[in-house]
Write a protein that binds this ligand. Structure first.
Ligand SMILES: *Cc1c(COP(=O)(O)O)cnc(C)c1O
Length: 425
């Protein structure tokens, strides 16, 4: 019955059987992923119980949003969940890039220097910082920038970092996830060591972690190991697939206060910002997030194991530990990227019939191809694949609100590659 169902969805017997043979070797791995989800589910529940979440917190507010108890309590829940003094969790934060922009511009003043000790940050941050000149960049406001490349083996260049931290250095930005690079994603432990090193070099330096795609993949978060701020998007992990918009910044009271003044206005800060009826989605999304993230991690591990077996370079490897939900597969050609993305698209519940094509996306330097049939547009905790059309022609695969949907997507991606003759099964 099962093969027949997959056949109806477009998966051939050969692809189905290949997938099952790979899955046979992943039982122990999946057990470990479930254990992390169980721990994080308890962590979220504890934060909700401590803050006595109840139905009144789900009420919609409009206008200024003064005394919005649902919003304020959600921020206490986030702060307790991520073990920080304060949190800013808002639908007015439109995306991850916006959350990072708020965190950076709120905590850097003219004359300060920003340092990335982990090499070039995510594409969209280049314009925020002013690496690529852009109106309203930090550079335009007198904030200078420096970066230290990773060593060839992907580890931190501690000597170079030590040299780069000067009396101007005010904020250190550390991106947890690889983003559109083929470097490894850092573990929370590695990030903790880097933060400790930077604080030893300069005790009053602020350390911010771009936590996009990392939330709930491990039992700890960078905020457990000294980060002054962790920042992310609600249409990625912590929104659990239900949040239709939003971003968060969790951190010290001082940093988060400044972020709130930057997001709204000096003097207003966290007091304003109506929730527009989004509280049920934000609370329930956070509640679901640990198991949704586990589904995404299982899908990523399955993709790695399949494509590794087919002879492609995958980052991380199927046996490596995971610190985010992203799986890079180096496909080696534009045609293979398009076929892969067509497979992911055709597995979707929404827009399964459309064909993804490469296009010039705002904020990105190269053409980008994206496969995303999502309930929330652009949501990448939902099953999706994307990548810039440039060597090594890597697709970045992520998400899957349920593991079985992720599985279908990967099977269909292999099907499309087989149909175009790029792989043989
Ligand atoms: C997605 C992402 C961002 C930007 O988030 P958007 O919501 O796309 O603006 C920043 N950094 C990393 C590492 C990301 O994965």
């Amino acid at each position: 019955m099962m093969n027949e169902m997959y056949r109806q969805l477009g998966v051939s017997q050969a692809v189905y059987e290949f997938g099952e043979s790979i899955l046979g070797g992943l039982t122990e791995r999946f057990r470990e992923i479930d254990a992390v989800a169980e721990y994080n589910q308890c962590k979220v529940l504890a934060a909700m119980q401590k803050n006595r979440v109840n139905a009144t917190h789900f009420a919609a507010t409009t206008g200024y949003g003064y005394d919005d108890e649902g919003r304020d309590n959600l921020e206490r829940v986030y702060a307790d969940c991520f073990h920080t003094e304060a949190a800013l969790v808002r639908p007015q934060i439109t995306c991850g890039t916006h959350a990072l922009t708020v965190a950076l511009s709120a905590n850097l003043r003219p004359g300060d220097e920003l340092l990335s000790p982990v090499g070039r940050p995510y594409d969209t941050l280049e314009e925020v910082i002013g690496i690529r000149p852009s109106p309203c960049s930090l550079a335009e406001y007198g904030v200078s920038y420096r970066e230290v490349e990773l060593l060839p083996d992907g580890t931190f260049d501690y000597e170079g970092i030590h040299r780069a931290i000067t009396e101007k250095t005010r904020l250190i930005t550390i991106q947890r996830s690889k983003g559109y690079a083929t470097r490894p994603t850092f573990s929370v432990e590695q990030i903790g060591e880097l933060i400790a090193f930077c604080k030893k070099c300069k005790p009053d330096v602020l350390c911010m972690v771009d936590n996009c795609y990392g939330e709930f993949v491990e039992m700890r978060e960078p905020s457990d190991l000294g980060a002054d701020m962790i920042v992310g998007s609600l249409i990625k992990n912590p929104g659990g697939g239900l949040a239709p918009i939003g971003g968060y910044i969790c951190g010290t009271r001082e940093c988060v206060d400044r972020c709130a003044y930057r997001l709204s206005a000096p003097g207003l800060g966290q007091e304003v910002g109506a929730n527009l009826g989004l509280m049920p989605a934000f609370y329930q999304g956070l509640f679901l997030s640990p198991t949704v993230v586990a589904s995404a991690v299982k899908s990523a591990v399955f993709a790695a194991a399949c494509y590794e077996k087919l002879g492609f370079r995958v980052v991380p490897g199927s046996g490596e530990s995971r610190h985010d939900i992203i799986q890079a597969v180096e496909l080696g050609s534009k045609e293979a990227m398009v076929a892969f993305c067509k497979g992911i698209q055709s597995a979707a519940a929404v827009d399964s019939y459309v064909t993804p094509e490469p296009w010039a996306m705002p904020g990105y330097e190269s053409e980008v191809i994206m496969a995303a049939g999502a309930f929330v547009q652009g949501s990448s905790i939902e099953l999706s694949a994307d990548g810039p059309i440039r060597p090594p022609y890597a697709v970045y695969f992520q998400g899957g609100l349920t593991w079985f949907h992720g599985k279908l997507g990967i099977l269909l991606s292999m099907q499309k590659l087989a149909d175009t003759g790029i792989i043989k099964l």
